[in-house]
Design a protein around this ligand. Sequence first.
Ligand code: ZN
Length: 277
Amino acid sequence: MNQTLLGLENLDPGFYIIFYTIISAFGLCIGSFLNVVICRLPTGESLTKQNSHCVKCGTEIKWYDLIPVLSWIMLKGKCRSCGEKISPRYPIVELLNAVIYIITFYFMDFNPQSIILCLFFSLLIAIGFIDWDTQEINLSLLIFGAALAVLSSILTSVLTNEISWFSRITGALYISVPFFLIGQISGIIIKKNTGEFIRGIELGDTILMAIAGFLIGGKAIVISAFIGIIIAAICGMVNKHETGESKFAFGPFLSIGIFFGSLFGEKIIDWWLSMFI
Ligand SMILES: [Zn+2]
């Protein structure tokens, strides 16, 4: 595993403590912003204009009640003015984002690709939670993801060349093409039975896998899809057993898959192939 942060060996342990403290604080703050995105984007509210306010009583939340995680603990998960319960999802999103940043820099070192991946993982948190809430992958988030993928291809081709263009282009197609075909064919079958064209795999999921594939390359996206589909299948079966409902959001599971696929996908595929040689 990569332990040489910034490519420098034998750095003072104090450096790592300071580095990861800054990364954690940064991750928590971005996580706090993700909460705003998750709440407001689906309703079309402005992300920047309005200050944070309680969803029940509408009281504006003071700066000292907006400190990531800590404020929620101090307030015992309740609004200061009306006592309405504040969802534990807020501190969970903040912590999740910070932990993801730490894991990413730990395994990938600190370089242009790992920085872009961190931003992309934050985007996946927003995509995953919004998809979970609304059953839809937000288009503006996908556009932001595509911009990150293009930026990554430009930066790495200039600086490190760690992911080849061939890997990026095949990565964009490997999963998105079968997803598109499955969506199309299942749509036709469902239309025959119910009269309504509903894709088994929606376009948002298909585009997400194309963008992620271009960002992380061919091997990594195959593993990402594999992990995502397995987790989705297990959760889907449990969900159907519990609620009888077979439709559920695919995006959160694909997002989990992409996270693990990005960090370990290439290693997993190389290890798997080496078993047969
Ligand atoms: Zn309130």
